[in-house]
Design a protein around this ligand. Structure first.
Ligand code: COA
Length: 328
């Protein structure tokens, strides 16, 4: 469908501070064992007070550009996918454009929560495919720790901070690129995962602060049921659209929210676990940053070789979901 669009290079940046499950026992009534057995998460990274989403995104983007030997001024478009922007406006993408010196790029944010990177990848690819942009940076970056409620044990143990970037361009080989994608949304389920405060509905006020509206709120069980259904379903649909079978997958890179949710998708696809990339234990759920960081690590670990069939799949608030099949 978008054949001939290639991820030219990747980059990532994780904050230095490692927060273990044990450390979280100091903040909420929880246990190392509860967190790891229910989610697969062992630790996550948190930024420092003076670090923001654009700081992480800029480092990841610079790494991707360096690896591809592309100069910042050659980039035509920057998409930052995030639900934790530095501020409502200007966009985090504009701040990144300035930090990396990509003076010729237009820049904007795209918000599709944890599905954001997949949405951004497809949007960016369309511009390359149409010939309107030569190089596009798609960055998933989050500072989830800044919107976590450390009085809510059911959410604060699940998320972490980080950024991953991909530089997109044309492939010289017609057999490479994005074969198919599936993006979807169900706004009827917007209530089950949200941060209610700070927008036009509930602008910041003493009341919104008192009600803790500036923190992430989630009905975990409802999100779990949705994720279990859609992760496998979306991956199967996009594989079918690409004319491929699950047994042809070389590597599945799922959104890293919860090991049990990934398990259910793996069972639905009927593939072996050695074809699934996992880093949820180290980073928790980094929302839009999870998939690009995983892709970058899979490449660093030598788990992807030229010609491999990859499936990326995710889900998140909105509710939203997305997947794509690509030949590396
Ligand atoms: N430590 C200890 N106990 C906890 C806890 C914690 N951090 N968080 C919740 N609990 C308790 C609950 O209060 C509940 O206690 P109760 O039975 O006395 O009421 C009990 O554990 C079981 O809670 P439950 O919600 O049924 O647990 P679960 O096995 O469904 O796991 C989640 C909860 C949040 C891990 C799981 O629902 C989930 O992963 N949902 C999807 C979340 C997600 O991926 N969100 C991001 C989308 S991109």
């Amino acid at each position: 469908m978008l054949n001939n669009i290639k991820v030219l290079s990747t980059g990532k940046h994780l904050p230095e501070r490692v927060v273990t499950n044990k450390e979280l026992e100091n903040y909420v009534e929880t246990s190392e064992n509860w967190i790891s057995s229910r989610t697969g998460i062992e630790e996550r990274r948190f930024v420092s007070d003076n670090e923001s989403t654009s700081d992480l995104a800029a480092v990841a983007a610079k790494e991707a550009l360096k690896r591809a030997e592309v100069k910042p001024e050659e980039v035509s478009m920057i998409v930052v996918t995030t639900m934790t922007p530095d501020m409502p406006f200007p966009s985090t993408a504009c701040l990144v454009q300035d930090k990396i010196g990509a003076e010729n790029a237009f820049a904007f944010d795209l918000e599709a929560a944890c599905s954001g990177f997949l949405y951004g990848l497809i949007v960016g690819s369309q511009f390359v495919s149409a010939g309107s942009c030569r190089y596009v940076l798609v960055i998933g970056a989050e500072t989830m720790s800044k919107i976590l409620d450390f009085e809510d044990r059911s959410t604060c143990v699940l998320f972490g901070d980080g950024a991953g970037a991909c530089l997109l361009g044309k492939a010289d080989n017609h057999n490479q690129g994005i074969l198919s994608f599936d993006l979807g949304a169900d706004g009827g389920k917007s209530e089950i995962l949200k941060m209610p405060g700070g927008g036009s509905l509930f602008p910041a006020s003493h009341e919104t602060v008192k009600n803790r509206y500036h923190y992430l709120k989630m009905n975990g069980n409802e999100v779990y049921k949705f994720a279990v259904k859609f992760l496998g379903q979306s991956a199967l649909k996009t594989l079918e659209d690409a004319g491929k079978n699950p047994d042809e997958i070389d590597l599945l890179i799922p959104h890293q929210a919860n090991l049990r949710i990934i398990d259910s998708a793996v069972k639905k696809l009927g593939i072996d676990y050695d074809k699934v990339f996992l880093n949820v234990a180290k980073y928790g759920n980094m929302s839009a940053a999870s998939i690009p960081v995983a892709l970058d690590e899979a490449l660093d670990d030598g788990k992807i070789t030229r010609g491999d069939l990859l499936v990326l799949v995710g889900f998140g608030a909105g509710l939203t979901w997305g997947s794509c099949v690509l030949v590396w």
